[in-house]
Design a binder for this molecule. Structure first.
Ligand code: PMP
Length: 334
């Protein structure tokens, strides 16, 4: 029957493309957000988790009762754990202890074995990604999802997210804007859209503390500052990002990202996570660079629910030198 999907796995993808009214009116462009927070596991990473596990199954790497190991900022682990539950695998998740309590708590509620580890740079052998690879190698019957360098991640976006955007806009898309963690979303969609129309402008959005903005502009990996956003930014070019088209890059600071997610909440009714603030603020900047009349697509990666104790908590923000936007002032100014 046409309207029925098969379990969790069948419900991943085919998300709405939401027109952001206030920001479209402000810029004279059509700014569209792919509603990835509406995936059944609550984030864009359900797509990568599914793509990675389906390829591992096809290659015979994963058998019933097997274990999936991954290092993740949370969302990939959440997607993987849902799919592991649905398909009879165990999930072992390594996560930096800097990530939100909401995500870590949710992973445990879902039934993952969770190891929180100190956040250390990628070059350190105890970095969460490297540690997860070692644990997988030492665990019998385990598969390492390896989302950063496993191209099954970007293939999921090339095969589904990109075509969905093309179809939903009827091919009328002028720019694609997204921040990258693994780069899977950005690269998969960028590669697909460029193939359909080489004139689609692909714009990499980046928070402070990440080396990719400098890399995109100068070819040198270099970073400055830091960010409270989670799941985005990188100190290296992953296999998933390698070779993706990049026409422009926009760096967004945390206060601008924060102002953007509160605008989305108060003016659009959308309750969003921090990476959405980076994405949508970069989409607005891209609209300014292109001028009115263009259609710009970005990603609404996950919900604000995952960051209530942080991005939506005045005291937490104040402790990090950030100002919780004032609703009366923001609505009056609009
Ligand atoms: N936003 C959030 C909240 C995420 O968790 C992630 C994934 N780490 C991203 C954006 C970036 O997605 P990708 O890994 O596909 O680059």
């Amino acid at each position: 029957m046409g309207g029925i999907t098969e379990g969790f796995v069948g419900a991943v993808g085919r998300t709405p493309l939401i027109r952001l009214r206030a920001l479209s009116e402000l810029t004279g462009c059509t700014i569209l957000g792919k509603a990835e927070f509406m995936n059944p596991g609550g984030s864009v990473k359900d797509r990568a988790a599914l793509g990675i596990l389906l390829e591992a199954e096809e290659q015979g790497l994963l058998r019933p009762g097997g274990t999936v190991v991954e290092g993740t900022a949370g969302n990939t682990g959440i997607g993987l754990t849902h799919i592991c539950n649905a398909r009879g695998y165990r999930a072992l998740i390594v996560i930096p202890d800097t990530q939100s309590a909401e995500k870590i708590g949710l992973l445990r509620s879902l039934g993952a074995e969770v190891r929180t580890v100190p956040a250390v740079p990628y070059r350190d052998p105890n970095n969460y990604v490297k540690l997860s690879g070692r644990i997988a190698a030492e665990t019998p019957g385990a598969v390492w999802a390896n989302q950063f360098d496993n191209l099954a991640n970007r293939r999921a976006h090339y095969n589904a997210t990109g075509p969905e955007i093309w179809e939903q806009t009827q091919g009328r898309v002028d720019a694609w804007v997204a921040a990258t963690g693994t780069g899977g979303t950005y690269a998969g969609v960028a590669l697909f859209l460029k193939e359909r129309n080489p004139r689609v402008r692909c714009v990499l959005a980046d928070p402070h503390g990440s080396a990719l903005y400098a890399w995109a502009r100068t070819g040198e990996l270099a970073s400055e500052g830091s960010s409270v956003t989670e799941g985005i930014g990188n100190s290296r070019v992953t296999a998933n990002l390698e070779g993706a088209p990049i026409d422009d890059a926009v760096r967004v600071d945390d206060q601008a990202a924060l102002d953007t997610i509160y605008q989305l909440l108060w003016r659009e009714g959308l309750f969003m996570g921090g990476s959405v603030g980076i994405n949508v603020a970069a989409a607005v900047e891209t609209a300014r660079r292109l001028g009115p009349g263009h259609t710009i697509v970005t990603v609404l990666c996950d919900s604000g629910d995952r960051y209530r104790s942080r991005l939506y908590d005045r005291d937490w923000l104040a402790g990090r030198g950030l100002r919780q936007p004032d609703r009366t002032a923001a609505v009056a100014a609009a």
